[in-house]
Design a protein around this ligand. Structure first.
Ligand code: GTR
Length: 674
């Protein structure tokens, strides 16, 4: 029996060799489509996604115009090459190939373009097969669309690139690199489509020798070669050449252009002009799904649940079900701020068994609590961007060891933090002010919970809820904002066990994307007494339907991992949103919510943030609270509100001590503290 495997990225012209094989008496399985592909391919795709869970990748540091520097092509297949092939993979692959595998034919084989997405395991499972590696000039491959264009579809992370063809080219490169990084099977031949078409006789002779069978000559069309030359759809943003293809092209003897143009940048025009704003009609917080009206406080829990389910389903994804174990270990403690505070550094280990063994993730939490406090005191809990050491100039704080993005301001180079970052954002966290006012500050770096880049949900806390069969998120499964918010709740689990936090007086707070996170944490976890949104903007406090500043389209393209997939359907279709962000703020009723904006932060649409909070009053009023109590936006530096609060500082997208003074005053007021 001879088994023949054709491998080659989609659009390599593998149809030509499959047809040749099929016409030469090789059984290729069934049913086959017109490209001689085995169908349906669902099981094969899922098999590829299981392989992808064994691929490691770190994002690059920014985008450069050439598309080379700053970009990461560093996928690592070490784990995939060394691990035992998972049963879940084998089951899916064998089920996809069953007609071929069960056939008694003397000559059989298959062609699956997606083989190049899991080649190391295919070659290990079929070491004796004859492998035909089909190559084609990548410039021709990327002119047309293919199911593998966006590697994310198959669970493989990559540097964001907005160009469609850029995505395709990266996918080409990935598949090529993966094949190159795999030990070659003993029966291996490489064939260029160009040679098959232009030098058919010579090429088929080589193939006949390799396979040991005669092959029929099928008609070939020379015009399929160099089709990029007539490519009229090429633009600067979607060209048919990318410089990162060069090494592979040289290796296979394809000519590399001397000059080329690429435009990687995503220049999306956003609107800041209210006169150009679409008409905004806000869905009513107090109307049930079935159209009936919510008229009394007793109905609020039911309506609240409907809203929470709606936002889970359509925007942030549902939080996972089932408890995770939280273990706390005190790593360090000492005195800080001249004896006014006790500093504690606690490592939380979050663990869970999703059905295939316990997985865990650690989170290093920094705590400052008032030294003179007797009994349990209120607390602020919030995630930080660059590590706990940025919060205070305190030598004792451990530098973070999680993934970090590069930043000059926070002194992170090539992902490594440095001493110079200590206390860089102490104004924005104001730990001493917090402690002086009798509050505890609790913080951790958000990347510990889920590194802030699109990784197809393989890292961070998501795997705690994925078993060996998990292949891809459902369209309404939790995403990265969900993971961060979930982590805040786990920190809350820990705080409830301490002797020094009053669990009824814990506020959750966050800036920008972490402000979105704080609101979502408060919405899901009713233990948080107050949620503070600081310049959270689109997907946070700001109304999406206004389309001022950042929009659903922009945010879901730039940060596809923050929201669940369902949210993307509202990109450029905000009018069809069955909710807006006032629903999110309303979820804090009957508790409290505080929104703060910045006058120069047009990207976050300060007015849209204020209007959402004002519109949420309906829910608070229903349960007998005054809420914000005004729909007149205050001037900068003026605070408004009663049971909810709002202020806008004059200045940029940032947090200052003067903001903290207001947050603290608001919490004291709500908690009846002096
Ligand atoms: C921006 C993003 C905003 C905001 C901000 C931040 O790039 O567009 O939604 O969240 O990042 O988190 O600093």
């Amino acid at each position: 029996m001879t088994l023949i495997t054709v491998i080659g990225r989609g659009h390599s012209g593998t149809r030509a060799i499959s047809q040749t094989l099929a016409n030469s008496g090789v059984y290729m399985g069934e049913p086959l489509n017109t490209s001689w592909d085995l169908i349906p391919a669902g099981e094969m795709y899922d098999a590829c996604r299981i392989f992808a869970k064994y691929v490691d990748w770190t994002p690059g540091w920014g985008v450069s115009p050439t598309g080379l520097e700053g970009r990461s092509f560093n996928w690592s297949w070490k784990r995939a090459l060394e691990c035992e092939i998972p049963e879940a993979f084998k089951r899916r692959l064998f089920s996809f190939l069953h007609t071929v595998l069960e056939s008694k034919a003397e000559l059989k084989g298959w062609k699956i373009p997606e083989t190049t997405l899991c080649f190391p395991w295919i070659s290990r499972l079929f070491p004796d097969a004859k492998y035909i590696f089909w190559i084609r000039n990548p410039r021709d491959c990327i002119v047309g669309s293919h199911v593998t264009d966006d590697l994310n579809t198959f669970g493989i992370p990559y540097d964001r690139i907005y160009s469609q063809r850029g995505k395709r080219a990266l996918s080409w490169l990935y598949q090529y690199n993966l094949v190159q990084s795999t030990p070659k099977p003993k029966n291996w031949i490489e064939v260029r489509l160009e040679d098959f078409v232009l030098k058919q006789e010579e090429t088929l002779k080589r193939l006949e020798e390799f396979l040991g069978i005669p092959l029929v000559r099928i008609p070939v069309k020379p015009e399929v070669i160099g089709r990029w030359i007539a490519d009229e759809e090429a633009t600067d943003e979607d060209p048919n050449y990318f410089p990162f293809l060069e090494p592979a092209m040289r290796e296979y003897g394809y000519e590399v252009p001397k000059t080329y143009k690429t435009a990687f940048h995503f220049k999306k025009e956003v609107n800041y002009d209210e006169s150009k704003m679409p008409a905004v009609e806000l869905p009513d917080i107090l109307t049930f799904k079935d159209g009936s009206k919510v008229t009394e406080a007793a109905q609020w829990p039911a309506r609240r649940k409907e809203i929470l389910d709606l936002l889970s389903d359509q925007e942030y994804g549902f939080m996972p079900q089932g408890r995770a174990d939280v273990k706390a270990e005190l790593r360090e403690s000492g005195s800080a701020f001249g004896g006014k505070a006790i500093r504690e550094q606690v490592r939380l280990t979050l663990s869970r068994d999703a059905g295939d063994g316990v997985k865990s993730r650690k989170v290093d939490v920094l705590i400052y609590r008032p030294a003179k406090a007797t009994g349990k005191v209120p607390a602020f809990v919030g995630l930080n961007f660059y590590g706990n050491h940025i919060v205070a100039k305190d030598e004792a704080i451990f530098l973070p060891d999680c993934w970090l993005s590069n930043s000059d301001k926070y002194s992170v180079k090539n992902g490594v933090p440095s001493e110079a970052g200590r206390g860089v954002y102490s104004d924005g966290w104001s730990p001493e002010l917090i402690v002086d006012n009798g509050f505890v500050l609790v913080t951790a770096c958000y990347n510990e919970l889920d590194p802030d880049y699109p990784d197809c949900f393989h890292n961070g806390v998501h795997p705690l809820y994925q078993d060996a069969e998990w292949t891809k998120p459902a369209p309404n499964e939790w995403a990265t904002i969900g993971a961060w918010a979930w982590g805040l709740s786990r920190i809350m689990d820990y705080l409830e066990t301490t002797s020094w936090v009053n669990p009824k007086q814990v506020s959750v707070i966050g800036h920008s994307r972490l402000g979105k996170t704080a609101l979502w944490a408060g919405a899901n976890d009713e233990r948080f007494a107050i949620a503070y949104s600081v310049q959270s903007g689109c997907g946070g406090a700001a109304l999406s339907k206004r389309c001022i500043g950042e929009t659903v389209d922009v945010i879901t393209n730039a940060f596809p991992h923050w929201f669940c997939q369902n949210f993307r359907q509202y990109a450029n279709a905000e009018a069809t949103l069955p909710f807006d962000q006032h629903f999110l703020l309303a979820l804090m009723a009957p508790r409290h919510v505080y929104v703060s904006s910045a006058s120069e932060d047009h990207w976050a649409d300060p007015k849209g943030e204020f209007l959402a909070l004002a519109a949420a009053d309906k829910a608070f009023n229903l349960v007998g609270l005054p809420g914000l109590g005004t729909d007149k936006m205050p001037e900068p530096e003026e605070s408004v509100g009663t049971s909810n609060g709002y202020h806008i500082h004059s200045g940029p997208h940032a947090v200052f001590a003067v903001d903290w003074e207001r947050y603290i005053a608001f919490a004291k007021h709500q908690f009846g503290l002096k």
